[in-house]
Ligand binder design. Sequence first.
Ligand SMILES: CC(C)(COP(=O)(O)OP(=O)(O)OC[C@H]1O[C@@H](n2cnc3c(N)ncnc32)[C@H](O)[C@@H]1OP(=O)(O)O)[C@@H](O)C(=O)NCCC(=O)NCCS
Length: 123
Amino acid sequence: MGIGGYVTLAAAGVRADELGLDARVIADLPRYPLPALLIARLAVDERCRRLGLGRGLLLFALDEALVARDRVGCVGALVDAKPAVIGFYERYGFVQVLPSVADGKVGRMFLGIATIADALRRP
Ligand SMILES: CC(C)(COP(=O)(O)OP(=O)(O)OC[C@H]1O[C@@H](n2cnc3c(N)ncnc32)[C@H](O)[C@@H]1OP(=O)(O)O)[C@@H](O)C(=O)NCCC(=O)NCCS
């Protein structure tokens, strides 16, 4: 058996006004991009799907967001999801923050760090 799936992560920045937050909340946040963790690639081999591997890779990524929060700051996780996998991320609480990026084929989704900490039962 070879590699069943993989995930790659990258440091990213997100502007407060991209997150669909209330205007009063945005007013209290810095104008510069806020640090976030981008799930750059997350894929499971077709022969290994629906076995829980994608969930495990996602939970690993979300745990890394908490590590980043504690060390350098991190407001949440971002992913650019193709239409076929938007439902996968929605299952874990991600919300679409931009309908699509330039090519119209992927939607940027976001999961806030407080929700991640609650889900992984961390302070
Ligand atoms: C999306 C993907 C990572 C899911 O991997 P997986 O190992 O099959 O997922 P899991 O078995 O861990 O499924 C976890 C849950 O998500 C659900 N799920 C899986 N794929 C889904 C999809 N495409 N849409 C909606 N729900 C999905 C499962 O039913 C399961 O639900 P349950 O906990 O209620 O049983 C995989 O289908 C994939 O690699 N897709 C193509 C690559 C891609 O486009 N990646 C994302 C953008 S980088």
